[in-house]
Design a protein around this ligand. Structure first.
Ligand code: ATP
Length: 265
């Protein structure tokens, strides 16, 4: 198996969704969170942003979400409709404790003025998709950490967004729950046919989930390399225990190490 690691990205074969062009983000006078970040995000991509703490992963995500603007460079949506079909999932599920599961999932529709009755079926479908059928009337306090995250993902997916941005959504979960959610996330992505940009510290998670791993380094935050995980979906448990998976994990770890320390002599 040939593993491709490159300084360029692998976007050529799909339609472009959006482009980051030479993006810098500077906080205050001298905190350079991102420097010269260019990336084409294409329809159907599962991109992981992988890198150490402080390399600007969350900043990149917030820029893509339109929550803040680049200091230099630009972000361009190909259809010109920035953020119209975009959802964000954060590390904390951020559920409303006073509302039931189904009312939590309703939130993005409710903010657009859509009545609960009108989207009840969509909400049921989203909850089914995340494996929470039957928990519609439960309250967040009655759920485990993994289930709360499932609600948060259902809330992100209920609008059937084109792009889902996920900022370390599984970092606080135990390993088994994390594996389960990784599997389920791939199924959900396939079902709603979206594009995902996923921030993680975990080499293992990035290899299992992504078809493109963007490796970043800190001080200043920048893209160092991109690794293509050339394994078709659906990916099942066998992939996790395969030699190919181990080889990809080694390649990603090595690329990450080089991003921090410079190339092997
Ligand atoms: N609002 C802000 N004001 C000032 N500095 C900020 C702000 N947001 C981020 N930074 C700084 O920008 C740099 C990149 O932060 P960012 O949170 O994007 O990194 P990260 O790779 O997501 O880190 P982590 O993995 O720890 O979440 C850090 O040095 C951080 O302290």
């Amino acid at each position: 198996m040939e593993i491709q690691v490159s300084a360029t990205d692998y976007s050529a074969s799909r339609d472009k969704l959006l482009t980051l062009h030479k993006v810098d983000k500077v906080f205050g006078r001298d905190v350079v969170a991102l420097q010269n970040m260019s990336l084409d995000i294409c329809e159907g991509d599962f991109i992981s942003l992988l890198g150490p703490s402080g390399c600007g992963k969350s900043t990149a995500l917030r820029l893509i979400a339109g929550l803040m603007q680049p200091t230099n460079g630009f972000i361009r949506w190909e259809d010109g409709r920035q953020g119209e079909s975009l959802s964000v999932v954060f590390q904390e599920p951020t559920l409303m404790p006073w509302a039931t599961v189904e009312k939590n999932v309703w939130l993005p529709m409710r903010l657009k003025g859509v009545s609960f009755a009108k989207v009840r079926d969509d909400i049921r479908e989203a909850l089914e998709l995340v494996g929470l059928a039957g928990f519609e009337h439960a309250y967040p306090r009655e759920l485990s950490g993994g289930m709360k995250m499932r609600v948060s993902i259902a809330r992100a997916m209920v609008t059937k967004p084109k792009l889902v941005l996920m900022d370390e959504p599984f970092a606080a979960l135990d390993e088994i729950t994390r594996f389960k959610l990784n599997n389920d996330l791939l199924q959900m992505k396939a079902k709603i046919d979206c594009t995902v940009v996923f921030v993680t510290h975990s080499v293992f998670e990035s290899v299992f989930l992504s078809d493109r791993i963007v490796i970043m380094a800190a001080r200043p935050g920048r893209v160092m390399q991109e690794l293509k995980v050339d394994k078709p979906y659906p990916r099942e448990e066998e992939f996790r225990t395969s030699n190919d998976y181990a080889a990809y994990c080694r390649a990603a770890s090595q690329a990450l190490k080089e991003a921090q320390e410079g190339p092997r002599q």
